[in-house]
Design a protein around this ligand. Structure first.
Ligand code: SF4
Ligand code: SF4
Length: 247
């Protein structure tokens, strides 16, 4: 083992040591070589070569983690929008960035594409990175399915030019003959061909009596999660009661 690979092993160990000791429950590493220049966009331009992607996951056990808040009048148009789980996980991303900077390598925490950005400057899929890092496999609901937690994870990443030793993808096929998530989708947005993102987004814009969106305040809400709740893998958190939400 060369001195560089040994130091990268040690660096990976110290980053992974944050799992369970921070707001991240899982920390893994995906190889940057699996992502094209188009996917990396300005991240690749800034780093020259993104050699590794550190992937972080927080398990969702409480509906409050899924409360989303945003700065503008409409969620989709807000430049600043996040969920509590996402905000908590981001704090650990900064810890990872700090560890990497202290080791003398470059690192940054890219923006999560799900939160409205009119002109995204990269298209790095956190889900693809999570599958490559061995967190689970893609499900028919288009989410990463962890063998124990199911789809109940919030994901984030840190990109770096450090050649960290990558983890291996998991040999796991969660869906088999199941199609519960397709049947549960109130917008008909899911099919064998994938997801109709516009239909899913439209669903997220409604506030209804038997709500899949609970509006907590002009700037806070809980989105539809029926395709997660339908999944037989993992335990869904309780629904936030309408009375509790003040709706
Ligand atoms: S979040 Fe709701 S609308 Fe979107 S795919 Fe899942 S079940 Fe369908
Ligand atoms: S509900 Fe069934 S088909 Fe959908 S992601 Fe879960 S296991 Fe796969």
């Amino acid at each position: 083992m060369t001195a560089e690979s040994q130091s990268m092993e040690e660096l990976a160990r110290s980053i992974k040591g944050l799992a369970g000791a921070s707001t991240a429950d899982l920390v893994g590493i995906a190889p940057g070589s699996e992502f094209s220049a188009a996917e990396l966009g300005e991240l690749g331009e800034a780093f020259g070569e993104v050699k590794s992607i550190v992937v972080l996951a927080q398990r969702i056990v409480d509906p409050v983690q899924m409360v989303r808040f945003y700065a503008g009048q409409a969620y989709q148009e807000s430049h600043v929008a996040t969920s509590f789980a996402d905000a908590m996980l981001k704090s650990t991303c900064w810890q990872v960035v700090e560890v990497l900077h202290q080791a003398g390598v470059r690192a940054a925490a890219p923006r999560n594409l799900r939160y409205g950005d009119a002109a995204p400057r990269h298209s790095l899929s956190f889900k693809k990175a999570a599958v490559l890092a061995g967190f689970g496999a893609f499900g028919r609901n288009q989410l990463v399915i962890h063998p124990k937690w199911g789809p109940w994870m919030m994901l984030r990443t840190v990109v770096t030019d450090a050649p960290l030793p990558p983890d291996a993808p998991m040999d796991f096929a969660p869906c088999d003959h199941c199609s519960r998530c397709l049947q549960a989708c109130p917008a008909g947005a899911l099919s064998e061909n994938g997801i109709d993102r516009d239909a899913c987004r439209d669903q997220a814009g409604y506030v209804r009596q038997s709500s899949t969106v609970i509006r907590l305040s002009p700037h806070g809400r809980i989105n539809c999660d029926e395709c997660l709740r339908a999944c037989p893998i993992g335990a869904a958190p309780p629904r936030l009661a309408l009375a509790e939400a003040g709706s």
